[in-house]
Design a protein. Structure first.
Length: 157
């Protein structure tokens, strides 16, 4: 949830610092909006992962995050420079950048809900399996209890 707050603050800062302009030339190799959404979504997941590591040196975390970013860029077939140029282009149009980040939030929220549903289902299935095992064990225990001699049941001859 903290990721969403950071995105919202970031978007507000962009609104206040950037002015809308007329037609701007698109940079060569502009990352299309949908691909930019996918890239930013993955970057937000990386950011969230490293924000939780409070006790590690920030320089080390930054280095690890950059390694992950490089992997994300490679996966999407873009370079860091290409990403920076495209991001700057979108940044100059605050409304468009806001749309992009809103879509990132929507998609991350959907993924979070899906992951939570999957966890609940896995937990439920685990409980059912555990319950089945317990029932089997209980049945064995009850049967063996029937054959246990109690004090005074054994007759001496």
């Amino acid at each position: 949830m903290k990721v969403f707050q950071i995105i919202a603050v970031f978007t507000v800062l962009l609104f206040s610092s950037c002015g809308g302009g007329d037609e701007r030339p698109k940079p060569e190799n502009l990352i299309q909006k949908e691909q930019m959404i996918d890239i930013l979504k993955e970057m937000e997941v990386v950011e969230a992962r490293y924000q939780r590591r409070m006790f590690e040196p920030k320089s080390q975390l930054k280095e690890l995050a950059l390694e992950h970013y490089t992997g994300i860029f490679k996966k999407h077939g873009v370079t860091l420079e290409n990403f920076r140029t495209s991001y700057k282009y979108y940044e100059e149009d605050p409304e468009l950048l806001t749309e992009i980040f809103e879509e990132v939030i929507v998609e991350l929220t959907k993924e979070q809900a899906e992951a939570q549903a999957n966890l609940k289902e896995a937990y439920k299935n685990g409980k059912e399996e555990q319950g089945a095992d317990t029932t089997a064990t209980d049945t064995v225990s009850k049967k063996s209890e029937l054959n246990v001699l109690r004090p005074g049941q054994l007759k001496q001859k």
